[in-house]
Design a protein around this ligand. Sequence first.
Ligand SMILES: CC(=O)N[C@H]1[C@@H](OP(=O)(O)OP(=O)(O)OC[C@H]2O[C@@H](n3ccc(=O)[nH]c3=O)[C@H](O)[C@@H]2O)O[C@H](CO)[C@@H](O)[C@@H]1O[C@H](C)C(=O)N[C@@H](C)C(=O)N[C@H](CCC(=O)O)C(=O)O
Ligand SMILES: Nc1ncnc2c1ncn2[C@@H]1O[C@H](COP(=O)(O)OP(=O)(O)OP(=O)(O)O)[C@@H](O)[C@H]1O
Ligand SMILES: N[C@H](CCC[C@H](N)C(=O)O)C(=O)O
Ligand SMILES: [Mg+2]
Length: 491
Amino acid sequence: MDQSKAKPIKALTQHLKDLTLTGPEETQIQAIQLDSRKVLPGSLFVALRGTQTDGHQYIDKASSLGASAILCEALPDVLRPEITYLQVPNTAEALGHLSAAFYGHPSKHLKLVGVTGTNGKTSVATFLFQLFRALGYRCGLLSTVQNQIEDQVIPATHTTPDAVALNGLLAQMLQKGCSHVFMEVSSHAVAQHRITGLEFSGGIFTNITHDHLDFHKTFDNYIQAKKGFFDALPKTAFALVNIDDRRGAVMVQNTKAHTSTYSLQTLADFKGKIISDTLTGMHMEINDQEVWFRVIGRFNAYNLLSVYGTALLLGEKPETVLTELSNLLSPPGRFEQHISPTNVVGIIDYAHTPDALENVLETIAQLRHGNEKVITVVGCGGNRDQEKRPKMAAIACKYSNQVILTDDNPRFEDPMTILDQMRKGVPPLDYKKTLVIPDRREAIQKAYSEAQPDDIILIAGKGHENYQDIAGTKHHFDDKEELLKAFGQPQ
Ligand SMILES: CC(=O)N[C@H]1[C@@H](OP(=O)(O)OP(=O)(O)OC[C@H]2O[C@@H](n3ccc(=O)[nH]c3=O)[C@H](O)[C@@H]2O)O[C@H](CO)[C@@H](O)[C@@H]1O[C@H](C)C(=O)N[C@@H](C)C(=O)N[C@H](CCC(=O)O)C(=O)O
Ligand SMILES: Nc1ncnc2c1ncn2[C@@H]1O[C@H](COP(=O)(O)OP(=O)(O)OP(=O)(O)O)[C@@H](O)[C@H]1O
Ligand SMILES: N[C@H](CCC[C@H](N)C(=O)O)C(=O)O
Ligand SMILES: [Mg+2]
């Protein structure tokens, strides 16, 4: 990535708190690097304490590769005279500020809106990106599915990139004339200071339910991480929260931002009501105006309300916004429907948390109008929250006539162990309707072979993903491709 021209270290660090500088003061920085293996001469190497190892162990290696400065929490035993050492209490936090400064604080010159919550971030950020482009603005998007600068797609490796990549992307967006950027803010990103140093124009809270306890350890830590995003918003920003979520009010308890609310259940600044919801569209009332949407499902009614609220908070006119919103389509892998030649309905959805799975299955239950069977194919990812596994299997059983438990991304875990943990959530009365087919391709084929015309197959957990991560290798795998193959309609 182009990290532009060399920058004097003094200018970059002048606002860093509790900084101790040792060594040359006139150093110029060509690039910021978090990985010692990628250090090039003139780089600033940042020693981060990670989940697997401690970046401080690689200071020597980075120095040998020509780093001209080192940002660290503890100085190495031997200091090299040609290197500038920047010692701070928290390197991750300092990195946030430093990355923003290195790229000339692009966020200050953009209308940057962050979306946080367990579910709905990609949907809301993508809807906002589509809406504001339709309203005539040049826009950027940072999301799990992909990053985008207008029509240019830049593959995403994370939901929220690291601070260096993030500020680099924002700088590119600004340079290409974007005025608005919509981004997902994951809880990992808040906890690891990936967003520190950014100036947001607004923040949105969708909801918080069970996920990522492998990383945050307790639900309370998870809530605090999300709340940290709102705590740090400036008073010029807005904070828009889903007040139907039990934690909505807590999120904005200590924010300096101007708070607004949205709701389907109670009084709020942006109040919605679902009039009807079918496979072909959703009819809603939003702040007393009736609108038809192409996207469906109660969870999307929340997403649309937050998008509508954001647009108004950014100064757009209600009527124009509603007109454009009614044309929007869901992002790939979010309630994506395909119909087979025999009229079996296949739905691919990224539901990978208990709450998302329940929402999607409830939506399907509401959309059924006869005796259609619901067949759910679902798995859980390896090296992620284990507590959600039995819960997701139990939810699949509660709402489906048949369930096929299968692999998601096993990563470094034994797939059978994950499936055994899921199986623990199957109530004994549902054993008969539950199959375990580890091979996801076979599971999808089996689901289709069991389906009759009008039946609904839900394939949950991987959505847009086009790979299966097995022991560190990403093998090509795409639920949509497999579904269409099973339908006898290969792409
Ligand atoms: C748990 C987590 O967030 N991990 C991220 C973290 O890695 P880590 O803390 O494990 O790093 P580590 O391996 O312990 O290494 C520590 C430091 O030493 C450095 N190092 C290491 C080895 C070496 O030889 N030299 C060296 O300098 C590393 O570059 C790193 O800076 O920092 C890395 C660099 O920024 C990230 O790539 C990595 O994301 C991993 C791949 C990941 O899977 N993250 C997921 C959990 C994640 O971030 N997900 C969220 C939310 C998803 C959602 O719900 O939407 C996301 O925003 O994507
Ligand atoms: N507002 C919502 N509330 C609950 N569930 C939702 C909501 N919006 C979408 N979902 C469900 O959650 C799934 C994931 O949605 P989306 O990708 O928008 O969430 P996300 O927060 O970006 O997820 P991730 O944490 O993986 O980035 C969807 O496929 C759908 O099943
Ligand atoms: N952003 C989420 C996505 C999970 C998707 C699911 N397919 C899995 O692999 O667990 C994560 O990294 O935890
Ligand atoms: Mg996402």
